[in-house]
Design a protein around this ligand. Sequence first.
Ligand code: KG4
Ligand code: ZN
Length: 341
Amino acid sequence: MTILGIETSCDECAAAIVDDGRIIRSNVIATQIPFHASYNGVVPEIASRKHTEWIDSVVQEALNRAGLEPSEIDAVAATAHPGLLGSLIVGMSFAKAFAWAKNKAFIAVDHILAHLYAAQLCRSVPDYPFLGLLVSGGHSIICRADDFDTVTVLGASIDDAVGEAFDKVAKHYSLGYPGGPAIDKLSHEGSSLAFAFPLPSLHKGEHRYDISYSGLKNAVINQLEQFKRTEDAYSKADIAASFQKTAVAILTRALFRAVEDTNIKVVVAGGGVAANSLLRSTLEGRTDIQCIFPSFELCTDNGAMVAGIAYHYLARGESSPLSASPSARVSSFRRNARPRP
Ligand code: KG4
Ligand code: ZN
């Protein structure tokens, strides 16, 4: 089954063609980073305008690279939630129009489930259940996956998402945009021991896997105020390395706790922050846990993960009605709840 997957939930205008949920025939990602960089963050109005301008040629390029005509596609999938509403509308409307015009099935996909699926593209992943670590600009979730769409949230950030913390720290210190890759790169030149930023204590009971980033983010930003007051010279690389060390420790401490409690020793990561080099080396350093990461290109937003997961709905005989509408938030993705397409 050959599926066209369209992803426009944020600032990447992406389309891909994937066979049978695994084999990537094309994966086109048109990044809007240069258009948002001067604002140090994604401007929703610019994002949706660029998607509107680009979507047609991005999809055409995905077809060209795969050497396919639109009629040779079996189904069209698009990200339906969560994301920026104006951006979601563009990709989803395009996908629905394509499906209607070519008489193909349409599948609405959840962005977070698609990120969790990304590691399964081009490689085999051990059978379910596994623990999922979904870390992006909008989410920090530790979950248990019993199937591609049966995911129980064990813990999540109670405030900022981890990617958001990277982006905000980078913005305050003018480290570059987007913040995650910039801090990751700069950290290699600094000392992670230079600053001891606070590691919040773990919660108890039902919230024992929840995490928090606002304390760390504020501490790093307050440190900048102190530098300004005292006019002390400081190394941006040391700040980056010290912040990154703590940010990764916050995630891994809660994740390792979940591994111990559930005795599930397979962890599948997804989302933009899964590209982080320290997170990868920390998890890979645990020889008792099998950690599976998507390739770097498949960590951040892409259409291949959308086409990939859509295959499994179709294989089960499920598709979405053309009346399906996008949603900025997914109300069904809650603790102990099963998110639905
Ligand atoms: O999954 P994604 O492309 O979009 C969302 O769904 O949010 O993730 C983007 C986030 C941004 O916050 C970006 O700074 C972060 O992922 N990111 C990283 C790295 N690469 C991207 N964070 C830390 N280290 C990285 N290497
Ligand atoms: Zn994403």
